[in-house]
Design a protein around this ligand. Sequence first.
Ligand code: OOG
Ligand code: NI
Length: 472
Amino acid sequence: MTFQSSWQLRAQFARRLSQMYGEEVPAYNTLVDVSTAVNEDFLARHGAEAERLGSIGRVTAERHGAIRVGSATELAQVARVFAAFGMYPVGFYDLRDASKSSVPVVSTAFRPVDPEELAKNPFRVFTSMLAADDPRFFDAQLQKELQEFIGNRVLFTEELLSLADLAADQGGLDEAQAEQLLTQATGVFELSDEPVDHAWYKKLEAISAVAADIGGVSTTHINHLTPRVLDIDDLYDRMEDLGITMIDEIQGPPGWDGPDILLRQTSFRALAEERVFRYEDGSVDRGELRVRFGEVEQRGIALTPAGRELYDRMVSETDRRLAEDQASGVRVEVARTVWEESLPRTEKEMALRGLAYFTFTVNREASTQTAASFGPEPVCLKKLIEADVVIAEPIVYEDFLPRSAAGIFQSNLTDEGSRDDAQLGTDYDITVMSQIVGREVADPYDLYQRQQDASIASIQNQLGIAVAPITP
Ligand code: OOG
Ligand code: NI
């Protein structure tokens, strides 16, 4: 029997979820088809350049999913399941404060962390946990009811959890067990036809539609599955041409005539899906819920803390100009002007200013130069890049943006919900999240830095000189 290693399990898991989601939400298949066409055309137009931020094989298979769970116990179990697929928690996102409306969740993303694993299959899942103990959203009585409701449900069976633990320990499973793991893990995220308690769902919905989606039902489901495109503006236009209405604006950085940074995302509104309800009089009948939607993303270069600071300043500056001059209202246009004023036009310039993460390779001709010809050591990396002795290749951003995530949550709320900001919110941060998840939640910056440092070490070896990194 063939052993299925964790990356093969991960690729299979992404494929099976994709297959299932396509059956549940047919518009997702349209989105995937259009994405594939956009990527093929982009590759034809740009050639090898198109693959700077990931091979076409990787990008075509690339998906992120989003799921939402109700408690620390459930989140710890999710972590065990994802570990079977070589997916580990990275980053902490507090969406309670990133949005004006009522989004009572804190989140992390499970993904591969090693560059080689990402290259094989980068499947990642944005995972949110209901902050059921936050008094700004839930009073003491409701907290108790929520804890009871969520405490009484079982999302992951003991069988699935121990199979997942075994896969994590062994770095994979034999074929028969792999099949069991994949079937069960995929099944957890399938939309259930179990009747939804109408009164309970509506009670939570009055506070937050997200809370109702998480704590109002006895199961969980994939909220969306997102393909990656190389040209999101092209995708947006093609979807509109097909008569699919997208949200008003692309979230994140604007499209412009310079390096793509971080993450751009857009989505179409949640579609009505048939669900079964149990009403107060005991009757069971069909109804509709709108919670699941389609999203697509384009990824750019990962920014260093200095680059991210600049990004945050550019976003604030865009906000400021929009607030100041309401007449010139289109956000992306204002943002584009700010980008043109503030951000370097080339990747090389970004590298020289220490604004983004790169891996470095030695220019073949330079490798024959003698160490002495580079001047006194340590030689600054800046000098080597300027002299074209070293070439900088961008590291792609593998994570998420809290403001975009909040925007995505919000764009699909029919109602703002309610929150009482006079109450003190519960404290969550990356440390608390690590305790909940049961393993350390990685800081994304550490991962990118490690990758960059490893490549500097390797050029030092190749050139036989000491290289000093760029400090912004
Ligand atoms: C998650 C929203 C965040 C993204 O791409 O930023 C997200 C959700 O709706 O559960 O998926
Ligand atoms: Ni998403």
